[in-house]
Ligand binder design. Structure first.
Ligand code: AHR
Length: 698
């Protein structure tokens, strides 16, 4: 029998003696609670009667960066690589044959290159260009693909372009997966489109464009998109990947990075103004992650900016979450560049202008310069942006002195915008403390913290000399008077060659109970990185993996989703008796501390659904019996549960071939009623190495 029931049956035994017994029973209850914990029964009290701090609607979100082919070759559904012939080697990604010439006086000022397809003068020498896509092009049999090209006939008249989708691995008639023709006419550049319907699926298709055998034709911005993109947009996103993001139910979306904001150097930093307006005229930029592949040669990682700031804001609107753009503070990556590589203080104005103009682009009226551009792009209504990040992983005085004029300018013109500063790349230490102190001094609204740390850090079992604030207790001691926390990049990086495996994801879930308990200071948290192409990654673990046709959600994805979909509106106090307190009086959180056998827990209330939500993570190798006293709740209830556990090896992970090996499973637990007050009590055995979430209607 459980503790509460025992006490209450004693009380029922003889009503007349209740008052005399009260004192003794109270001591008895505390004694039993402590004893039970020692025996493996963990008693936790959830105070459902008193609502604690608000949980910010932005609490659990997404962080997007174009790393691991996350944009071009990933979320952005364009299938043609180097579509505008602007890569340093203009034919990267293309095979050419016959009479093909590169020209540079094309119709798009910022992407001036195009190719001239001229007849070879020989009956059998065909002029043709063939694009390899990003690790091939993934096409699905029976689905429609929209080919488009800007073209002209420089000498006037008309010409025919033939377009084939091909499977080069097949040497038979079956090689051609689908085709279309385009009739080009006149000397002026025009956009032509055609639909191709492949007869079968193939993950590694190529796109061929054949020049007219008799007439010279110029082609530029050669493009192929699935018709079925997310929300059916022409310059759209891969449907499966965008849907996976939507399904997280994120509260905030941070973009466009990461180090990409800073660039390899200042010249290659992310400049949002280059990412808006017609896609054909968005200039190419080298990707900061271009040089960082360990497993492949890297001549081809560039940003077309087809997925640019307008599209990012649009996605935020689709997902119903807050946009959080991050801009350069005039510092190139501090890891890679010496002091002289950065913008000098007297060179900062264009960077500050970019920041103010971005707010106008997102929120300004349609008759303002940048608000008009937003309207021209199809979105007259403001995007209602509320946050702006200034600087990514910046540190020390170089950063602090540059941030100041940005803060002054934003405060003066847009006092309601919340400014997100950064504490640098470390999760603790001298520079981290200095960063926080500077952010307090400059009155940043939030501080972006990053922590890619091993298991012991996430579990809070690490060396406190190095990691004074590791684990789920991290935020308990944070100063409540300064800026709020944005845990902007984090993931548990397992020791050894284990990545995205079940165990580390479980420890992320354990750590996140501490984020939830401290919702009064933590306003948002985003796992990182988000995406990775299985053939083109340089960083792992990542939340979502894919090839050209398939994708899978990592276990970390499910952890994030379980939190984001059950974030509630208010924190509830969840405590247990400190097993080390001889008097049995001291109440402490459940955060994997001594005597708690690796249990972590937190609780919230959701005003919209009237539910008490409790998250329990058992990081021990044994199942653990828990008693949750739902103080303030009476009578019978059934708790819905969602459990993330795995019976196989803790090193197992989801894969393209087994995408759903590990995923949350729904269930239920019937609560019990204890004592005269009919208090609702939830008794359960939480499986070894599992994350279980309980939802009980209040
Ligand atoms: O998420 C990958 C990288 O990690 C980010 O670009 C950077 O901010 C951090 O160092």
């Amino acid at each position: 029998m459980h503790v509460v029931e025992t006490i209450n049956s004693i009380i029922h035994y003889n009503k007349t003696t209740v008052n005399q017994m009260k004192l003794k029973l109270f001591s008895c209850a505390l004694f039993l609670a402590a004893t039970c914990a020692a025996q493996g029964q963990h008693v936790m009290n959830v105070n459902t009667a008193k609502l604690g701090a608000n949980v910010s609607p932005t609490m659990y979100g997404l962080f997007f960066e174009d790393i691991n082919y996350a944009a071009d070759g990933g979320l952005y559904a364009e299938m043609v690589k180097n579509r505008s012939f602007e890569f340093p080697n203009a034919f990267t990604g293309w095979d050419i044959s016959g009479n093909v010439m590169l020209k540079n006086d094309g119709p798009f000022e910022k992407n001036p290159h195009y190719v001239r397809l001229a007849p070879s003068g020989h009956r059998d020498k065909h002029t043709m260009i063939e694009n390899h896509g990003f690790f091939g092009m993934g096409v699905k049999g029976g689905e429609e693909y929209r080919f488009s090209v800007w073209a002209r006939v420089p000498d006037g008249g008309s010409a025919k372009l033939w377009i084939d989708l091909v499977d080069n691995a097949t040497m038979s008639d079956d090689q051609k997966l689908g085709n279309a023709g385009v009739d080009v006419s006149g000397k002026d550049w025009k956009k032509y489109t055609a639909i191709i319907k492949p007869k079968r699926s193939f993950a590694k298709a190529h796109l061929r464009v054949w020049g007219d055998s008799k007439v010279t034709t110029d082609v530029e911005h050669v493009s192929l998109f699935p018709v079925k993109t997310y929300k059916g947009r022409e310059n759209g996103m891969r449907e499966d990947l965008a849907k996976a993001l939507e399904d997280v139910h994120p509260g905030v979306f941070r973009f466009p990075g990461g180090c990409i904001v800073e660039g390899t150097d200042l010249a290659t930093r992310y400049q949002w103004k280059n990412t808006v307006g017609p896609v054909e005229n968005r200039p190419l930029n080298e990707n900061r992650w271009h040089y960082t592949f360990t497993q492949r040669y890297f001549p081809d990682y560039f940003q077309t900016y087809g997925l640019g700031f307008f599209e990012f804001f649009q996605l935020c609107e689709d997902f119903g979450c807050e946009p959080l753009p991050v801009l350069s503070v005039g510092l190139a990556c501090q890891f890679q560049n010496g002091e002289g590589a950065h913008a000098k203080m007297n060179e900062l104005q264009p960077f500050i202008d970019d920041c103010l103009d971005l707010i106008e682009f997102a929120n300004g009226p349609v008759d303002s310069k940048w608000g008009k551009l937003r309207a021209d792009m199809g979105h007259p209504a403001p995007f209602n942006m509320k946050y702006i990040g200034i600087g990514n992983e910046q540190w020390d005085n170089l950063y602090f002195e540059r941030l100041k004029p940005f803060v002054a300018a934003v405060r003066a013109k847009y006092p309601n915008i919340k400014i997100v500063g950064t504490s640098g790349p470390d999760s603790e230490g001298k520079m981290f403390d200095k960063g926080w102190a500077a952010m307090k001094e400059q009155k940043a609204d939030l501080v972006d913290e990053h922590f890619y740390r091993p298991e012991a850090w996430f579990l809070g079992t690490g060396d406190r000399n190095n990691w004074p604030n590791c684990g789920a207790l991290r935020y308990d001691s944070y100063d409540r008077k300064g800026p709020k926390v944005f845990a902007g990049e984090y993931a548990c990086h397992g020791k050894g060659k284990k990545w995205n495996h079940f165990e580390t994801s479980l420890y992320e879930a354990a750590f996140m109970t501490g984020i939830e308990r401290n919702a009064d200071i933590v306003e948002m948290a985003t796992y990182a990185p988000l995406f990775a192409h299985v053939e083109g990654w340089q960083w792992r673990p990542d939340m979502i993996w894919y090839d050209n046709l398939r994708m899978f959600k990592s276990v970390s994805y499910y952890v994030q989703q379980m939190y984001a979909m059950n974030k509630g509106t208010n924190v509830l106090t969840l405590t247990t008796v400190d097993p080390n307190d001889a008097k049995g009086k001291k109440l402490i959180p459940v955060a994997g501390q001594e005597g708690q056998n690796g249990l972590f827990a937190s609780s919230v209330f959701d005003k919209q659904t009237n539910e008490v939500i409790i998250k329990v993570v058992n990081t021990s190798k044994q199942a653990q019996n828990i008693t949750l006293n739902l103080q303030g709740m009476k009578g019978e209830r059934t708790a819905e549960t969602l459990t993330l556990q795995h019976n196989g090896s803790m090193d197992d992970e989801n894969t393209l071939d087994k995408p759903e090996l590990i995923k949350p499973v729904a269930g239920s637990v019937k609560c019990e009623i204890a004592g005269k007050k009919q208090q609702t009590v939830l008794n359960d055995a939480v499986p070894a190495m599992s994350f279980r979430l309980y939802k009980v209607k209040k």
